[in-house]
Design a protein around this ligand. Structure first.
Ligand code: CUA
Length: 330
């Protein structure tokens, strides 16, 4: 019975992660609770309309007092039900937004009107996201122009991609195959053509793809029109070069020694106290802000205004590379 109800309300989409299955179940539960409530309210309403209709002109409507126990139990019951649904939904929501530490990372840059995927080994692919099956994936997303929204219906996940900062999404694909990626935020003339594919490969096939060998590696390499570039430098290496060429190294050491600014070694993931006493954890967003808007949050003991802003001087690719480099300095 329950299985039948679940299947009746199921969307006609592949279910490519455990989260997707949970979202479908939650949706089914909300849908059928709504159906039961709707039918009950209409039926009871119709019954009362009939039962208490005016039968003759002499009818006087009786004065009816409220019934406190009934009112309280309906209110409390509904409150518990709604809170239960909220907590269930919140749990799923949080899971899609807190990637585990060991997640496989892919940088996503949205741009009118394509999706650019950058892998830490230096691979870049336009509009096709390759991911390994049964592996937690962390997407580090930004936009180089306007608001976009990254949407994979098969995973039931969607998140706005905002210029000037990072948004994260996490998921663990559990079904190999090819799935649609859409942009779900109107972003200009060709918004409806801002499409992509997510290809979930078995772990061994994914390793082949990463190395550019085997069926998947060769197929991808043989299709340069797909926008895949295989021989760019690993992101962290590109970041290391920028660290020198943009003279970050003049003020920030990468080996733990002290210079004008904080060292970059061991910085990622560290908890820092700011000048105003607040504490923050150094993540991708904090590093990006520190490069683009250095006075926004200055760590205690350092002077605001010492570091110049790099706004307008670094592309999103370059910021991603610097973040990857700092992450590598553990
Ligand atoms: Cu990007 Cu719509």
């Amino acid at each position: 019975m329950v299985a039948l109800l679940l299947s009746l309300s199921k969307p006609d989409l592949p279910v490519a992660s455990a989260i997707a299955a949970t979202v479908d179940t939650l949706y089914a539960v909300i849908f059928w609770i709504s159906v039961v409530c709707f039918v009950t309210i209409v039926a009871v309403g119709a019954y009362f309309v009939f039962k208490y209709r005016r039968k003759s002109d002499a009818d006087v409507t009786p004065y009816i007092e409220g019934h406190t126990p009934t009112e309280v139990s309906i209110s409390v019951g509904l409150f518990i039900l709604v809170m239960g649904l909220f907590v269930w939904g919140w749990d799923v929501y949080i899971e899609t937004r807190t990637p585990p530490m060991n997640a496989y990372e892919v940088n996503v840059v949205g741009q009118q009107w394509s999706w650019n995927f950058q892998y830490s080994n230096g691979k870049r692919v336009l509009n096709t996201l390759y991911v390994p099956k049964d592996t937690p994936i962390k997407l580090i997303m930004t936009s180089s122009d306007v608001l976009h929204s990254f949407y994979i219906p098969a995973l039931r996940i969607k998140r706005d991609v905002v210029p000037g900062t990072y948004q994260f999404l996490s998921f663990t694909p559990n079904l190999a195959g090819e799935y649609d990626i859409f942009c779900a935020e109107y972003c200009g003339l060709d918004h409806s053509h801002m499409l992509g594919k997510m290809i979930v490969l078995e772990k061994a096939d994914f390793a082949d793809w990463e190395d550019g060998i085997g069926k998947y590696g060769k197929a991808a390499a043989a299709k340069p029109t797909a926008g895949e570039k295989t021989n760019t430098k690993p992101l962290a290496e590109m970041g290391k070069e920028l660290y020198t060429s943009k003279t970050c190294s003049a003020c920030h050491s990468d080996d733990g020694s002290s210079r004008v600014g904080p060292t970059l070694k061991g910085l990622f993931g560290k908890t820092e106290t700011l000048g105003d006493g607040k504490t923050i954890t150094v993540d991708e967003v904090y590093i990006r802000d520190s490069i683009m808007d250095p006075s926004k949050a200055v760590v205690k003991g350092f002077t605001a205004g010492t570091m110049p802003t790099f706004k307008g001087q670094l592309s999103d690719d370059e910021v991603n590379a610097l973040v990857a480099y700092i992450k590598s300095l553990q």
